[in-house]
Design a binder for this molecule. Sequence first.
Ligand code: SF4
Length: 376
Amino acid sequence: MAGIYFHFPFCRQACHYCNFHFSTQLKHQEKMLRGFEKEIELRAEQWPDALDSIYFGGGSPSLLSPASVEKLINAVTKNFKLGESVEITIEVNPDDVSFEYLEAMSTIGINRLSIGIQSFLDSELKLMNRIHSADQGMKSIEWTAKLYDNFSVDLIYGIPSSDLSSWKKNLNQALFFEAPHLSIYALTVEPKTVLAHQVKNKKIQLLDEDLVKSQYDWMVDRMEGAGYENYEFSNFSKPGFNAVNNSNYWKGKAYIGIGPAAHSYDGKRTRSWNPSNNIKYLNSIQQGILPAQSEILNTHDAFNEYLMTSLRTSWGVSLKKINQTFGKHYSDYLEKQVENHLIDQRVYWDGDALKVTKKAKFLTDGIASDLFLLKY
Ligand code: SF4
């Protein structure tokens, strides 16, 4: 099984922390949709796997009308094999939607919504230059909960000016809606963003790392107490509601990325990416040429990547899989390299799987980097 991901590269307004590829010039949206349809046909020619997930992300795919999304779903259905059940998700921004819009989406096959709330505090939304208000955010979740069994709420912690008590308020508000899934990310400062500029000019002061850690640790406890599984470092689900699209990625399954800046992976060693430029993308697609560049991962990089993604998950790093996929040299290396982390109880073996202990969860990425194989 594999997934297909659409990157719709348009947003009404640029959030100050965001470094995704998007344009706030909305005029080429129609052309982009024609480009997507053409790319679907070009990709399908070389794609044997059945799909179990269709994901509309971006950018802001909720700028699209239900009729446009339906056209894309139909193009996928016509060109690809589908599995028995297919998760079809669209990311929505609270300012783009109404009850009628969300209802129309549920009638064209969308069966999962991912709502970009980020915060329930107007002051934090303003600081991040989010276009919506806290009220709009709450309304959009209320409507979604009436229409969809399966939906996810996105939140951000570590926001400058927040503290543990404001974060508790935010997360408790999200839990009030009983969303079956939450994706909760730390605010990161990406190069060339307005936020990076503000931090450099001392207009914004980032939170102390200890405070961010205390927000994360409290969140992990709170979510566990509320019946959610922390199945990936930043993702929490009620039983049966793991995101199929994201899980495919973490499990190293194949995915196809459609649109500018979208990435694809064949599930083995080859990954490719479209240019992060709308005009370049469209010019190439209109000539019937896939604009993707590609690379073949060597064993060494594939091993490091497997460590990085799997250590963040609740199923962990499988020694057996390392043996089978990369060879004994790599599993021997890992067993040796992990010794100190075992002694300090930052990780543990759960049968064949290496997992991070609860107390060390916040340090997961650092532990993974320490386990990387640096030389051949
Ligand atoms: S709406 Fe999403 S993609 Fe668009 S700028 Fe904001 S965070 Fe980035």
